[in-house]
Design a binder for this molecule. Sequence first.
Ligand code: SF4
Length: 163
Amino acid sequence: MRYNIVRKMDISNGPGVRVSVFMQGCEFHCKNCFNPETWDFEGGKDFNNDTIDKVLELCDKDYIKGLSILGGEPMHPKNIEATTELAKAFKEKYPNKNIWVWSGFKFDKDLKDKEVMNYIDVLVDGRYSDELHDPTLKWRGSSNQRVIDVQKSLKNNNIIELK
Ligand code: SF4
């Protein structure tokens, strides 16, 4: 499992000041992807326990509101174990901070039964569609993508989008 980069202060991906982890590897290859350097599963750096420790340490600051996990594809079969370990460790240490994840997979079709969903607050799901690109949208690049309140959606067995 590999990651592309850790940003220690990110104000673009989720609410407030956040730590962001960009996983390495994505097979979707969406047209005009914002981050094609993350496609290659052999690129980036090794993701291991030291990576998790480093991320948790960065998240300790009071001004860090949460953790964002992007890609690449955090939920690809080659990456989901690392994403799960990271999300679980973060929630155990910071139960009052939130986790946002961006994935090309769909919540209802692909992800709702995965263990990692127990630790995620918000999932922005679905592949980026260049035809549906809309720069006025918040937290997502195209109108087919959904900003999902994961815990409410799991509890109600229905997709509840963030307002
Ligand atoms: S799913 Fe995300 S990282 Fe993968 S190709 Fe599409 S926009 Fe790029």
